[in-house]
Write a protein that binds this ligand. Structure first.
Ligand SMILES: [Zn+2]
Length: 128
């Protein structure tokens, strides 16, 4: 998986922050969706790797129950986790026990679950 993620990160469009991120979202049926971060000169117009993969999956008809885990890679020495915008999107469209596996460049992995990264989420029910 790490080699796939490294290769995929070469497609990242990260010319402003030079921080390529790649991810692979796994579904229960074995289908995977790949994502990379895409930056633009107007930062808000870009997208993170995680949402890139998630939104592709949704566009193909996959739903919350289908997502099993997401693998995330960056060249950071640290095991990165999804940013808070991606956490919000994942909370909306993935189950709380979604596994998040973070890989560093030298192969260290750390496993998280979505719910542990979002202890007090803003959710659909809060709009009532
Ligand atoms: Zn993000």
């Amino acid at each position: 998986m790490l080699e796939k993620l490294k290769e995929l990160s070469n497609h990242s469009q990260s010319k402003y922050y030079s921080f390529p991120v790649s991810c692979i979202l796994e579904c229960q049926d074995g289908t995977t969706f790949q994502g990379v971060n895409v930056e633009t000169s107007s930062p808000a117009a870009g997208i993170c790797a995680e949402r890139n993969a998630l939104f592709q999956a949704l566009a193909m008809g996959y739903q919350k129950e289908d997502f099993v885990r997401i693998h995330i890679y960056s060249r950071s020495k640290n095991n990165i986790t999804p940013c808070f915008i991606c956490r919000q999107a994942l909370l909306e469209y993935a189950k709380p026990d979604l596994e998040i596996i973070s890989y560093t460049d030298d192969g260290n992995t750390e496993i998280f679950h979505l719910e542990e990264l979002c202890s007090h989420p803003f959710q659909e029910e809060d709009l009532a």
